[in-house]
Design a protein around this ligand. Structure first.
Ligand SMILES: Nc1ncnc2c1ncn2[C@@H]1O[C@H](COP(=O)(O)OP(=O)(O)OP(=O)(O)O)[C@@H](O)[C@H]1O
Ligand SMILES: [Mg+2]
Length: 247
């Protein structure tokens, strides 16, 4: 089982879009895949038209009042299961800080499934809090989508610094560019400036209306726009992620 966290300190950078599409592609090629939505906004679940089935489910998972197995749902796609989120996850920090399990609550919750899934993909809320330290401990790889702007890169550097300060292995980090707008010079400059940076993957996700349409289609891009450029970009990115993570 390989755990991939799709994370950025910043919001609205394409984390959920990447999570949903990469999880779908993993499952499509036969990998037993679990998508765990950790964001109280519940957007990843929404794209699969799934919601928590028990009141305060997300909170109960974190406190171990509810077994993770009980919260796993079928996504409607072969090989792809998911854990939906809900607003009760908004206090995840407080909940986790009261637990005496170090930073390993999520890791401990996933351990019983290590022979059941090939890939677990975590859709992370934005921020850099106690919840995120649990995420970083559980993840084999932390994949960071970045919009190529100066402020984005600043925030990315702060995350790398946090890994160093907190003794988290920075080799877990891989970044990729997302929502790249070819009409913007700054996007080109930032992209070119990171060309030789080995932490950054070569493939990126452009700003494309076929990705935006996920909001109305409520499905991964490849299901409604199979031959589109957007679907191809996610396939190329997934291929590179598999190579890097030896999946
Ligand atoms: N490559 C893209 N091209 C066009 N629109 C995109 C792209 N990626 C994401 N979007 C749109 O941008 C918005 C934010 O994307 P998304 O929800 O994936 O970001 P996020 O990082 O998960 O946000 P949050 O921090 O709120 O969880 C959504 O409306 C989504 O449809
Ligand atoms: Mg999101």
């Amino acid at each position: 089982m390989t755990v991939l966290a799709i994370y950025n300190q910043k919001g609205g950078v394409g984390k959920t879009a990447a999570t949903v599409n990469l999880a779908y592609l993993a499952a499509e090629e036969g990998k037993r895949t679990l998508l765990w939505d950790l964001d109280p906004q519940g957007a990843a679940g929404f794209y699969f038209q799934a919601a928590s089935t028990v009141k305060n489910e997300a909170k109960k998972i974190l406190t171990n009042e509810m077994d993770l197995a009980q919260s796993i749902q079928e996504s409607g796609y072969e090989n792809l299961d998911l854990i939906a989120s809900d607003i009760s996850a908004r206090n995840a920090d407080v909940i986790l800080s009261e637990l005496k399990q170090g930073k390993r609550r999520l890791k401990a919750a996933l351990t019983p499934f290590k022979n059941e899934y090939d890939v677990v993909i975590l859709d992370c809320p934005p921020g850099l809090s106690i919840l995120h330290d649990h995420i970083f401990a559980a993840a084999d790889w932390v994949l960071i989508p970045n919009i190529p702007t100066t402020l984005s890169m600043r925030s990315f550097d702060a995350v790398v610094q946090h890994f160093g300060d907190s003794n988290i292995d920075p080799n877990k980090i891989r970044a990729f560019f997302s929502m790249v707008d070819h009409r913007k010079n700054l996007h080109h400059e930032v992209l070119n400036g990171h060309h030789r940076n080995k932490t950054f993957l070569k493939n990126y996700i452009p700003y494309l209306s076929d990705v935006e349409k996920m909001g109305t289609q409520l499905a991964p891009v490849a299901t409604y726009a199979y031959s589109s450029y957007a679907a191809q970009c996610f396939r190329d990115l997934w291929k590179e992620i598999k190579k890097v993570t030896q999946l």
